[in-house]
Design a protein around this ligand. Structure first.
Ligand code: 5AD
Length: 356
């Protein structure tokens, strides 16, 4: 069996499993599923995600809401609308909310975010609050935590600083991002990170490095998705990359599923979310993730009129629907797949309680 070999980070086995197809892939999935079910059973926890602003100061080469994308109309969801979103989350009994936005470090932005978190915690003290608003300074993260946030998501995007440098403008630094993850751990957040799989220039060795990085740094949660091209970005405008992406997207999605299965085998009791980007390739992409490795789903609660403006990548699914439809749709799929939706629970990472 390859379980022990994977756990020992046997290089050949990792490569074989990352590239697994057909029978070997089924064997890998089976093992990941079994390990997941030993910890979580068939349960799936919900977080309602509110993408409350697409204003961003950064210029990541892959991302559709990058500052340099002048074609995009920018929005910020008002406090009143956020209260409506919270009402929905409360009614649907999701158990958790995620506040996500582009990255801004202005005082106005910080004040707004802090207020939202405070209000949420006051009105709905049982709700698990996750924030995902990019790199923020230690003091502000501390204030957010005091205001009621318990989890923070910040993807490292890739564990390879060189690849990171190829995908970001010079003023963004891998070390600074890593430092921010360390601050979050110091502040006792449940800390989530992740990467994109299938990035241009990313090798199998990079993915192995990512897995090692995840294990070594004791993260509690993971949001990992396939890279999806966006035409209004530097990567998307490059004809060579476009062709490469089209030709390799299916193969890379397979590698992505294998990557998550291996991650689950390496870290049985962390939270793994099924990213929306999975549904770009296959309308049951998220379900596939939940069947193999994931235990968390984050249906969008973003106001309907903002959804088509929060496009990190092309062909984002479900942008014409409201929170209610997103909920019913994914709930049906979850039940059909024989999984058990959980309501009214925060669904915190068991791994966090082990190392804290
Ligand atoms: N394809 C897939 N994921 C993307 N993200 C940004 N742009 C893309 C893209 N083109 C991801 C990044 C970021 C998260 C919020 O969205 O990993 O951290």
């Amino acid at each position: 069996m390859f379980k022990k070999k994977l756990q020992k980070f046997d290089h050949k086995t990792l490569i074989k499993c990352l590239q697994a197809e057909d029978e070997l892939q089924q064997e890998l999935f089976q093992l990941a599923r079994q390990i997941k079910e030993e910890v979580f059973g068939k349960k799936i926890w919900f977080r309602g995600i509110i993408e409350f602003s697409n204003i961003c100061q950064n210029n990541c080469f892959y991302c559709g809401i990058r500052k340099g994308n002048k074609k995009l109309e920018r929005f910020k969801v008002s406090k009143e609308e956020i209260l409506d979103c919270l009402k929905f989350i409360d009614k649907a009994n999701y158990g958790s909310v995620v506040y996500q936005s582009g990255e801004l470090i202005s005082e106005i932005f910080k004040k707004y975010l802090l207020e939202i978190v405070k209000t949420t915690h006051k009105k709905y003290p049982q709700l698990g609050i996750t924030v995902s608003c990019g790199e923020q300074d230690f003091n502000f993260l501390k204030k957010l935590k005091q205001a009621g946030a318990i989890r923070y998501l910040l993807r490292i995007e890739t564990s390879n600083p060189e690849l990171y440098a190829n995908l970001h403008p010079e003023k963004m630094s891998w070390e600074k991002r890593f430092g921010c993850l360390k601050s979050l751990q110091k502040l006792d957040y449940q800390v989530g990170t992740g990467v994109m799989v299938g990035l241009p220039g990313q090798t199998i060795e990079d993915l192995i490095r990512d897995l090692k990085f995840f294990v070594d740094n004791k993260f509690d949660m993971f949001g990992i998705g396939p890279y999806v091209i966006h035409k209004d970005t530097p990567l998307g405008k490059d004809a060579k990359i476009q062709n490469w992406w089209q030709e390799n997207k299916e193969k890379n999605f397979n590698i992505f599923l294998n990557f998550l299965a291996i991650l689950r085998i390496l870290l049985p009791n962390v939270n793994i979310a099924a990213a929306t980007a999975c549904d770009v390739f296959d309308s049951s992409g998220r379900i596939k993730v939940l069947q193999v490795a994931g235990n968390v789903i984050m249906p969008s609660v973003t106001p309907k009129d903002c959804r088509d403006k929060y496009l990190l990548y092309q062909n984002k699914p479900n942008i014409d629907e409201g929170a209610d439809k997103s909920f019913k749709c994914i709930l049906n799929k979850i039940k059909k797949a024989g999984l058990e939706p959980v309501f009214g629970e925060q669904g915190n990472s068991p791994f966090y309680y082990k190392h804290n």
